[in-house]
Design a protein around this ligand. Structure first.
Ligand code: TXA
Ligand code: MG
Length: 331
C-alpha cells in the first residue's frame, strides 16, 4: 500500500495555487486534507466555506517536523518532543499552547494550536516546496465521512468552476484510512482528544505517562462532536452474532451490511450490499471510509455494522463507528 511515485508537476501546481491563496485537496497518509496557507486568513476562510464548517472550529496546522514547535507553539513540554521523535512524521496531532503566529483563524480563537507533521511523501513534497505551514481539515463537507481517495473529494466537494476546490491532487488511496490521533499536551495531563492509528498504549509507552480521555469539556474539537462522520441511512452497530441472527430471517427492511464473513454466511434477508469486514484493525481502518459511502448509496433502508473486536488497536474504529451511528440516526 505504498503511495505512487511523486508527480512533480502536480506538486508544483499545488504549490502555485497555495501561494495564490487557493485551496487544494492533497493526499496525506490518514485521509485527504483540504489545504490552504495557514497564515493566509482569506485562504483559510475559503476552506471553511468549502466544507460548510463553522468558523470557530480549530484546524490542524501541518508542518514538516518538530522544528516548527517554536514557531507555532509556546511552553512546549518534553512530552511533545518525545512524541514527535517517536511518531513524526506520521498520523499524530499534538495540541499545544499557541504562539502569536497561530492566528485565530486556525485556532478558532482558542489558546491552543493543533500541529501535525504528515508522513505522506506527496504532502511532504508540497510542504517542502511551499516552505510554510498548511492548514488542512479533512477534505469532506462538514459532517460527512473523510475522503480516502481523490475520487471521494471530487464527488463530494468537486473542482472549480462547478465545484468548490481549486485543485485536487490524486496521490492514490490513503494508506491509514482514518484521521490522526489527537493528543492535547497544553495542560498538565496529556489527554486523548481523538483516537487514531497511533494507539493510546503506544503514546503511554513513549511518554511513560497515562493518557487520559478528554472529558466532555473539549466541545470545540469538531471530531469530538457526536453526529459526525454520518451516512444518510440509519446505521446500527450490533454484536456479530445478533447481526447474523437478523440476516438469517427472510423479509424485513432492505439491509446493507458490514460484518465478518462468518456472519454473512446464512443470509436470507434482503441485502443490497454486504461487505466482509477486514480482520486486522489496520486493514479495517483502510476500508472503513470507502465502505460507508458504498453501503449508504446501495439503496438500503438500514445499515448494519458488526461491532469489531475489543482491544487498544480497535479503539479508533469503535470511535468512528459510534459517531457514524449517532450521526445517521439523528439526521
Ligand atoms: O488526519 C488528520 O488529522 C486529517 C489530515 C488531513 O491531516 N485532518 C483532519 O482534520 O482530520 P479535521 O479538521 O477534519 O479534524 C481535526 C480535528 C477537529 O476535530 C478539530 O476541532 C481538532 O482536530 N483540533 C484542531 N485544532 C485543535 C485544537 N487547537 N484544540 C483542540 N482540537 C483541535
Ligand atoms: Mg474532519
Amino acid at each position: 500500500m505504498s503511495p505512487p511515485a511523486i508527480d512533480t508537476a502536480a506538486i508544483r501546481r499545488a504549490v502555485e495555487v497555495l501561494r495564490r491563496g487557493g485551496i487544494v485537496a492533497l493526499p496525506t497518509e490518514t485521509v485527504y486534507g483540504l489545504a490552504a496557507d495557514a497564515e493566509h486568513g482569506d485562504a483559510v476562510r475559503k476552506l471553511f466555506a468549502a466544507k460548510g464548517r463553522p468558523a470557530d472550529h480549530p484546524v490542524i496546522v501541518h508542518v514538516s517536523g518538530a522544528d516548527a514547535f517554536d514557531e507555532w507553539a509556546i511552553e512546549v513540554p518534553d512530552a511533545a518532543h518525545v512524541l514527535a521523535r517517536a511518531f513524526w512524521p506520521g498520523p499524530l496531532t499534538l495540541v499545544l499552547k499557541r504562539s502569536a503566529r497561530a492566528g485565530d483563524i486556525v485556532t478558532g480563537g482558542q489558546d491552543t494550536v493543533g500541529l501535525r507533521a504528515p508522513a505522506h511523501p506527496w504532502m511532504r513534497a508540497v510542504l517542502h516546496a511551499f516552505g510554510g505551514a498548511l492548514a488542512a481539515p479533512s477534505a469532506n463537507s462538514f459532517g460527512r465521512v473523510s475522503p480516502t481517495t481523490a475520487q471521494h473529494v471530487i464527488a463530494d466537494l468537486g473542482v472549480k468552476p462547478r465545484g468548490k476546490v481549486d485543485l485536487v491532487v490524486d496521490g492514490g488511496a490513503c494508506p491509514v484510512g482514518i484521521e490522526s490521533t489527537i493528543v492535547d499536551l497544553s495542560s498538565e495531563t496529556p489527554k486523548l482528544l481523538r483516537p487514531g492509528a497511533i494507539t493510546r498504549v503506544q503514546l503511554q509507552a513513549a511518554i511513560g505517562h497515562q493518557v487520559a480521555d478528554a472529558g466532555a469539556l473539549s466541545p470545540r474539537a469538531s471530531g469530538r462532536l457526536e453526529k459526525h462522520y454520518a451516512p444518510h441511512t440509519p446505521l446500527t452497530l450490533m454484536p456479530a452474532d445478533a447481526l447474523a441472527a437478523l440476516l438469517s430471517k427472510p423479509g424485513g427492511a432492505r439491509l446493507a451490511v458490514l460484518a465478518p464473513m462468518s456472519a454473512l454466511e446464512d443470509c436470507r434477508a434482503e441485502v443490497t450490499l454486504a461487505i466482509a469486514a477486514a480482520e486486522s484493525a489496520d486493514d479495517y481502518a483502510r476500508m472503513l471510509y470507502s465502505s460507508l459511502p458504498r453501503l449508504d448509496t446501495s439503496g438500503a433502508h438500514r445499515l448494519l455494522v458488526a461491532a469489531p473486536p475489543a482491544g487498544p488497536q480497535w479503539e479508533a474504529i469503535h470511535d468512528r463507528l459510534r459517531r457514524a451511528q449517532a450521526g445517521a440516526t439523528n439526521e
